[in-house]
Design a protein. Structure first.
Ligand code: UVW
Length: 339
């Protein structure tokens, strides 16, 4: 139990959940918050909130290349696929298939771990900025990359397995941005978001997951694994990470995560890169670095949104654990909504 910082970033909650905390605002998912979510189960229908994990297809969306994008290998070398157990013993009549998958953890429907985005920041107060993550965890010590030449690589702290063991369930609240803007590009700031939530009669309470339906994942599906980056960059409403009022509301709202059906939750790049140093992804900076708010990206909401519209509802019970992948900075997942 040692505090890892002397300087706490302005607008951060570092230390509020303890000096060793690694799950941030997910601490606000209390038994009461889960029960409030469970009370949204009224009809017993459920919806899959994941894209097929071989979507979007290609690399057109990503500022950082994520390769190999998705590689599925039915182990067809005669040992693992359609393997006749009679080869082990003539008495056995079973036939068994195995396979392997290689996938960038942030390629398709995913959670960002708190180890995904940090910042150059002077946490020691010695006047020298260094690479720091949520709650003061350090690059090279806690988040260890190949260049660090250490034995134990990966997120030794803040990895996605911390989220997996916390039990990710609670009340999801949909902000149906697609209903307002369709497939038109629109930068959604605080006033826009509040107006959509008001119109839906939706309210975010402490411990809720905010889910943003923008239509982006539907557009990706329609491109049949050949995503057109230019079209996607000009389509669909997306949060405006430059809007300070929006960022302040996220801080004050008590929400535990923001889950969107687009590739970065916020518009990227947020602004033209010139002048002083600033985060390319200001909403990631607030959420992952300062507040410990997990981000879900490339989720799939079309059928759930249709149901909620038809039933004039906005809330549902959400179950969304990541894979328990030790040391990983993100995870694919298959979230489920129950209504
Ligand atoms: C980046 O593209 C940097 O991150 P994310 O996958 O969180 O959008």
């Amino acid at each position: 139990m040692t505090q890892r910082w002397k300087n706490r970033p302005e607008g951060s909650n570092w230390g509020d959940f303890g000096p060793d905390d690694q799950i941030g605002r997910m601490n606000l998912i209390t038994p009461e918050a889960r029960l409030r979510g469970a009370r949204e189960i009224r009809e017993g229908h459920s919806f899959c909130l994941s894209l097929p994990l071989d979507y979007p297809g290609g690399n057109a969306l990503f500022p950082l290349r994520r390769e190999p994008v998705f590689h599925h290998e039915p182990r067809g070398d005669g040992h693992n696929f359609n393997y006749e157990m009679s080869q082990v013993s003539g008495c056995y009549c079973d036939v068994i298939s195995d396979d392997a998958v290689t996938l960038f953890t942030q390629y398709s429907t995913q959670w960002d771990a708190l180890a995904h985005v940090g910042m150059m920041f002077d946490a020691d107060g010695d006047g020298v900025p260094e690479k720091v993550y949520y709650n003061g965890y350090r690059a090279g010590i806690d988040i260890v990359g190949p260049d660090d030449r250490a034995d134990d690589l990966g997120a030794q702290a803040l990895g996605i397995e911390n989220l997996a063991v916390s039990g990710v369930q609670g009340r999801g609240v949909m902000a149906d941005l697609e209903a307002r803007w369709g497939r038109d590009r629109h930068l959604v700031g605080y006033d826009d978001l509040m107006s959509v939530l008001d119109e839906q009669g939706a309210e975010i309470e402490q411990g809720d997951f905010l889910c943003l339906y923008t239509g982006f994942a539907d557009l990706i599906l329609s491109m049949k694994k050949r995503p057109d980056g230019d079209v996607l960059a000009k389509s669909c409403p997306v949060l405006d990470g430059r809007d300070e009022k929006l960022l302040n509301w996220i801080t004050d709202s008590g929400l535990v995560a923001i889950c969107a059906d687009n590739f970065a939750v916020e518009a990227y790049p947020a602004r033209v890169p010139e002048g002083d140093s600033f985060p390319a992804l200001p909403l990631h900076n607030l959420c992952l670095f300062k507040q410990g708010i997990h981000l879900g990206e490339l989720w799939y909401f079309a059928e759930l949104a249709e149901f909620l519209r038809a039933h004039k509802r906005s809330a549902f019970f959400l179950t969304a654990p990541p894979l328990r992948l030790p040391g990983s900075v993100g995870s694919p997942l298959t979230p489920v909504a129950t209504v």
